[in-house]
Design a protein around this ligand. Structure first.
Ligand code: ZN
Length: 156
């Protein structure tokens, strides 16, 4: 996914009937892994696929998420719903990135990026190739659904 992580987080939040900070946690989790683009462009100079950074590794989130939820359950149970919403947003991000972007689900055993749909480089820029490929339609559908629900709530 390129553009639909933010609205997918909103849909996730709506799905769990989140409002306020809980909605914020779901949306933040849904976009959080792509913060690695700052490092990808600013430090590494695009040397590695950014889906190979730790924030895009399911195994990393499995371990840290379990640790985080365990610690919060013991130390700050009131924060558990926010952490769970954040982690659910991260999981959603990784699933959506698997659709056309590639995620290393088998890491650390393998760095292979699993993807459901391979988008061929048909245009002069990779972004155009993605936007003009049929696999971009689900992104538009996610945006449409999120905007519909957002404005429906605002108008009611
Ligand atoms: Zn991503």
């Amino acid at each position: 996914m390129i553009t639909a992580h933010l609205p997918s987080g909103y849909l996730l939040g709506r799905g769990i009937r989140a409002r306020g900070w809980l909605m914020g946690a779901a949306v933040l989790g849904a976009v959080f892994p792509d913060f690695d683009l700052i490092w990808f462009y600013g430090v590494d100079g695009r040397a590695f696929h950014h889906h190979l950074y730790w924030v895009h590794m399911p195994a990393f989130w499995l371990v840290t998420g379990a640790a985080l939820l365990t610690v919060l359950r013991l130390a700050a149970p009131g924060a558990l719903p926010f952490a769970a919403a954040f982690l659910a947003g991260v999981a959603l991000h990784l699933v959506l990135d698997t659709f056309a972007g590639g995620i290393a689900w088998a890491w650390p055993v393998s760095n292979h990026l699993t993807t459901l749909v391979a988008v061929p480089a048909t245009q002069s820029h990779w972004l155009l190739s993605f936007i003009l490929h049929w696999s971009f339609l689900p992104e538009l559908a996610i945006w449409a659904a999120a905007l519909f629900l957002f404005f429906k709530r605002k108008l009611s």
